[in-house]
Design a binder for this molecule. Structure first.
Ligand code: PHE
Length: 465
């Protein structure tokens, strides 16, 4: 009965744009460029691309196929694949529940920057104390988080077609046009600094030319693990999302084609974000500016927009609007993974499930915001970084639970039920999966081993590489 009443995307385009909307997020725009700059430019791009076509492709295919085959949410799908495996569904559902509150907190930051730029207060946003001043201001950061959460909640409230599909069909094409526009603009930048002229094209070279000087085996491994961690966050796998979205794909749609398109979309936007940010940072701040790391988007970029003069306000507003769209479509997918799970497991109505989860996310989100003020503390994580509440939640979900879900999924499909289950589902419309043999080798051997290494490294157990 459940199978007939389940919603579905009206066509492949709706599915691809929704899944790409989930995949394209803060990870592509903010994390990918600084990792690329840190990890040897073209070398990182190359490793990332190879991993995307092998490792990323395998995980994405598996989750979408599990979703469509079972027509279930993450919480209930694993059990349908194999009795006794519901524990994996539970973990896969805890991940989005952990991510939702803090993703909304960061979404609130983006909203704040967009409002600040759009209302003409760009200079303020570029001062050194603006970012810290904002996140330590409890009322302001909580308010922004709540508004962001409300926007996302309204979309999920409207359901799969009117909400997720329609919003993705509007936001994703706009996002693509904005990214391409800003990228072209950034390539034409030029700036004279103490007699030296730096150009956007030189910055582009830093991004694409592999920096092989001084590379050792262990630094190469760091590049591989960075690329892998980034990839699997970027494709939104290992947190139930692609299972939830896959469950809304009609049986006659070709999965193979959609999977390729999602991957291309995600990788293209990540690359374009690199081409947009690296040259801009290089032109105005030189090579040193690129080592800013995580603070790149909220601290360095506003300064760069100010340097662009009057045009900076427009480019800055467009930039933060685009990031806001990327964050909204990603947050939508996180919320949908949870809401669909609550609906399938507890037979709740969509509306009540959405309200329930949003209240929980709001409460935890407020605690995350307070983590920069009255609940401030510093903890050293096993991977060496100093963390507040947001970073701790991010660490547990991304570095521990997600690899666990991904390893569990590889074992379940690769060894317990066999890759044929996924391959048959993907190929049931008659269209063969292009990288069939590769898929089998990846899901059985390469992916679980790579994931285990990633997990051990995050736990601080593996320190040699
Ligand atoms: N894939 C998104 C990105 O690249 C991030 C994301 C994380 C989306 C968690 C959904 C859930 O930023």
């Amino acid at each position: 009965m459940e199978k007939q009443s389940r919603n579905s995307f009206t066509g492949s385009l709706g599915f691809v744009l929704a899944a790409a909307g989930s995949a394209v997020g803060l990870g592509n725009i903010w994390r990918f460029p600084y990792l690329a700059a840190k990890d040897g430019g073209g070398l990182f791009l190359l490793v990332y691309l190879v991993l995307a076509l092998t490792f990323g492709f395998t995980l994405l295919t598996t989750e979408i196929a599990i979703g469509r085959k079972t027509k279930q949410s993450p919480l209930t799908a694993y059990h349908q694949v194999k009795k006794g495996w519901n524990w994996l569904g539970v973990v896969a559902c805890i991940v989005p529940m952990m991510i939702m509150p803090y993703y909304c907190v960061i979404g609130g930051w983006v909203l704040k920057y967009f409002i600040t730029f759009a209302t003409g207060h760009m200079e303020e946003a570029a001062t050194d104390s603006f970012f810290t001043g904002f996140i330590t201001n409890q009322t302001d950061s909580t308010l922004m988080m709540a508004i962001f959460l409300l926007i996302v909640a309204v979309i999920i409230f409207m359901g799969v077609n009117a909400g997720i599909e329609n919003i993705s069909k509007v936001m994703m094409p706009i996002l693509l046009v904005l990214v391409i526009g800003i990228t072209i603009f950034c390539m034409t930048l030029k700036y004279e600094d103490g007699g030296v002229v730096r150009t956007g094209l030189q910055g582009f070279q830093i991004l694409v030319v592999p920096e092989l000087k001084g590379i050792t085996l262990s630094s190469f491994f760091t590049v591989v693990l960075d690329a892998m961690g980034q990839l699997f966050y970027s494709l939104s796998v290992a947190m139930g999302i692609m299972i939830a979205y896959g469950s809304y794909v009609k049986d006659d749609a070709s999965l193979a084609a959609s999977i390729n398109q999602i991957e291309i979309f995600d990788t293209a936007v990540a690359f374009l974000a690199g081409v947009m940010i690296i040259p801009a940072v290089f032109v105005f701040m030189g090579k040193e500016g690129m080592s800013a790391g995580p603070s790149l988007m909220f601290v360095s970029l506003p300064k760069i927009f100010v340097q662009m003069g009057a045009l900076g306000r427009i480019i800055g507003s467009i930039f933060f609007l685009m990031v806001l769209f990327a964050a909204i479509t990603s947050a939508m997918s996180i919320l949908e993974a949870i809401v669909s799970s609550l609906m399938d497991q507890f037979h709740l109505e969509r509306q009540s499930a959405t309200i329930l989860e949003c209240i929980m996310a709001l409460v935890v989100g407020i605690i995350v915001c307070l983590g920069y003020n009255s609940l401030y503390f510093e903890v050293k994580l096993p991977n060496g970084s100093v963390a507040q509440i947001l970073d701790i939640m991010d660490y547990i979900s991304n570095n521990i639970l997600m690899p666990v879900v991904a390893i569990g999924t590889c074992i379940l499909i690769g060894w317990v039920v066999g890759p044929k289950v996924v391959l048959d589902e993907v190929e049931k419309t008659g269209k063969k999966l292009g990288r069939r043999g590769l898929y089998v080798v990846m899901i059985k051997f390469v992916a679980p081993i790579l994931l285990l290494v990633l997990l051990l490294k995050s736990l601080g157990i593996l320190t040699i590489i």
